[in-house]
Design a protein around this ligand. Structure first.
Ligand SMILES: *Cc1c(COP(=O)(O)O)cnc(C)c1O
Length: 316
């Protein structure tokens, strides 16, 4: 394995005090309905609103001193970009986020507010990524990618150490940094626990890649689970092999099922984004049948409030 339980334990030591140990709360309604205890790992309450702070913090703290002086760089506009900006500022390391000029102004400002340098480069995500490569080659910055990186996977895996005994752990799945890290921890500690990846029906790159047996590209489509979009990289080095070796199953959810998950959690006071609701959505839809204590990882909170209100107001 490229990432081991020892790596995850070392990551937990490193990031202690820099991240929140989020609560594990019982979902009373689902537990009663399904006849098995259902627990919610409330990672949406993590600083910056998503678990990504764990991986970003571990990756920065794993760098040698000379790399810290030259700074870190990414092209992510989403939860990883926020996490890297926040972690870098907290650790007094310069961070640069390269964005295309199509990224909306409010997102650009949000990243600046977190203390990162923003570089506007080109008119596409590909051009923003080319600027990252240039900053690495010419300015000696270190790229911290959102998932395909050992220290990032180990950081996300620290969630697995906080989950306790379960029959199944339901993990939102995109690039697979979260699923790979959690699966390494869980399978090392309790090999009989099922680790199930959940994602949306359309444009799920890891699901398509696992089915094909190698990394493939998929067409991106809009989804309520927007944090689960994007490719896994045709040259994927870490997460594909770990997900292939360790995940017991991958379950796909429709947009209606994801909305149902958001509503169910919202009624219990958990305001989460679509990506965070997929475990609960799978239980509600009967796509995962619990056979014992079941943990859903609620991965993030960053949903547009107007969209959340609209989903809550829909019937069903
Ligand atoms: C990034 C992210 C995921 C998916 O994580 P991967 O490591 O890319 O699989 C799930 N939920 C939220 C909220 C995220 O930000």
């Amino acid at each position: 394995m490229t990432v081991t339980l020892d790596d995850i334990r070392a990551a937990a030591e490193r990031i202690r005090g820099h991240v929140v140990e989020t609560p594990l709360l019982r979902d009373e309604l689902l537990s009663a309905r399904l006849g098995q205890p259902v627990w919610l790992k409330c990672e949406y309450r993590q600083t910056t609103g998503a678990f990504k702070l764990r991986g970003a913090t571990n990756a920065i703290l794993s760098l040698p001193p000379e790399a810290l002086t030259r700074g870190v760089v990414t092209a992510s506009t989403g939860n990883h970009g926020r996490a890297l900006a926040h972690a870098a500022r907290a650790l007094d390391v310069p961070a640069t986020v390269c964005l295309s000029r199509l990224v909306p102004g409010n997102k650009v400002q949000a990243i600046r507010d977190l203390g990162a340098q923003v570089r506007i480069a080109g008119a596409s995500q590909d051009e923003a990524m080319a600027e990252v490569a240039r900053a690495v080659a010419q300015e000696g910055m270190t790229e911290i990618p959102p998932f395909d990186h050992k220290a990032v996977v180990a950081g996300q895996g620290t969630i697995g150490l906080e989950i306790g005994t379960a029959e199944a752990v339901l993990v939102p799945l995109s690039g697979g940094g979260l699923a790979a890290g959690v699966a390494v921890a869980i399978k090392a500690l309790a090999p009989g626990t099922r680790v199930i990846g959940l994602t949306m029906e359309n444009g799920a790159a890891m699901a398509a890649s696992l089915a094909a047996g190698h990394p493939v590209e998929v067409t991106e489509t809009a989804s309520l689970a927007d944090s689960l979009g994007g490719g896994i990289g045709l040259q994927n080095r870490v997460t594909f092999a770990l997900c292939r070796a360790l995940l017991d199953d991958v379950i796909l959810l429709t947009e209606a099922e994801i909305a149902q998950g958001i509503r169910h959690l919202g009624r219990a006071g958990h305001v989460v984004e679509g990506a965070a609701s997929v475990g609960t959505a799978a239980l509600l839809a009967g796509k995962v049948v619990p056979q014992g204590p079941t943990v859903c990882i609620l991965s993030g909170a960053n949903i547009d409030p107007a969209l959340h209100a609209r989903i809550m107001a829909e019937a069903a």
